[in-house]
Design a protein around this ligand. Structure first.
Ligand code: FDP
Length: 289
């Protein structure tokens, strides 16, 4: 199994410099929508096709699923790979952070996050980095492009442990429920706000600075925004492996039952004490009726 995980990571990491440099020519919306009814940029479709081709060619990958595709692609026997090819793609037209999120499950999709055996993300920022969680450890690498489509990985942080909480950020503020507004107001007294509008960028600073990041349920979207299999589970797996915690307001994200491939969930991850505070103070049933 380790060989398969290594190969999936290698394929995606090798594509990362190419994806990063290919974004500038693909910044226009193309008039299509993905299975979550979100507008697609040319870059979303292009990155999905590229990564699909690379990941499905790995021997030992049995299923491939993407936030950009309706159905799971069956490619044989083996592990299941779920990807968000370009997370935060609405940041592309304004030249802000974007990323790629990958979860590797040892179960058929859809399934719980507990079935993840590794997860990683690429962050296309001033540097292109790879952050990987496997075997209970999180490591971060800078990806350096070399001639001939080659890369070198330089370890930047080994066995990341989330530091004492310092920053926070929450998405969806136009439509928060009242109990969440009260919660945010209290949190803002103690912690510094950092919100960039790309899940990978925001979680990356939570990992490095410590704190709490979330995209809660909204009055107009009781399930929140993030997709469980493609976004919530891999990121929760990484944060938990770094000594943090996650919740959908009631239980760890990794314990949320997955009934549908593109299912959404309220999401919080970060400092363990702050996650307990979310679970104590936020009542998702406040949106019922
Ligand atoms: P995007 O729509 O640009 O793809 O779930 C996708 C995501 O970005 C996250 O990366 C980001 O955190 C969030 O949505 C941004 O949502 P808001 O526009 O509501 O802030």
């Amino acid at each position: 199994m380790n060989d398969i995980i290594d190969e999936v990571i290698r394929q995606v990491a090798e594509a990362a410099p190419h994806i990063s440099s290919g974004l500038k020519k693909r910044r226009e919306y193309v008039g299509n929508e993905n299975p979550s009814d979100e507008k697609q940029l040319e870059a979303d479709i292009w990155a999905n096709e590229l990564l699909k081709q690379l990941v499905t060619s790995v021997k030992g990958v049995g299923e491939f699923a993407s936030e950009e595709e309706e159905q799971v692609t069956d490619c044989g026997e083996g592990l299941s790979v779920a990807i968000d090819p370009l997370d935060g793609s609405s940041n592309i037209p304004t030249n802000n952070l974007v990323g790629t999120i990958v979860g590797i499950y040892d179960e058929e999709l859809p399934c719980k996050g507990k079935n993840l055996v590794a997860a990683f993300y690429i962050l296309y920022g001033p540097l292109t980095t790879l952050t990987v969680a496997r075997d209970g450890e999180v490591d971060e690498y800078v990806i350096e492009e070399k001639p001939g489509d080659k890369i070198e990985l330089h370890k930047a942080s080994e066995n990341i442990r989330m530091p004492k909480a310092k920053v926070y950020g929450f998405g969806g503020n136009k439509n928060w429920a009242q109990d969440f507004r009260d919660f945010e107001s209290e949190i803002s007294e103690e912690y510094k706000l950092r919100y960039g509008g790309a899940f990978v960028g925001d979680i990356n600073q939570t990992l490095h600075h410590g704190g709490l990041f979330g995209y809660p349920h909204r009055t107009d979207a009781p399930e929140g925004k993030y997709r469980l299999l493609f976004e919530c589970n891999p990121i929760a797996y990484i944060v938990e492996a770094a000594g943090g915690a996650s919740t959908d307001t009631e239980k760890s994200i990794l314990e949320v039952e997955a009934d549908k491939l593109h299912q959404r969930s309220p999401f919080f991850a970060g400092d363990e004490k702050l996650i307990k505070k979310v679970e104590k103070e936020i009542d998702i049933s406040s949106l019922d009726g």
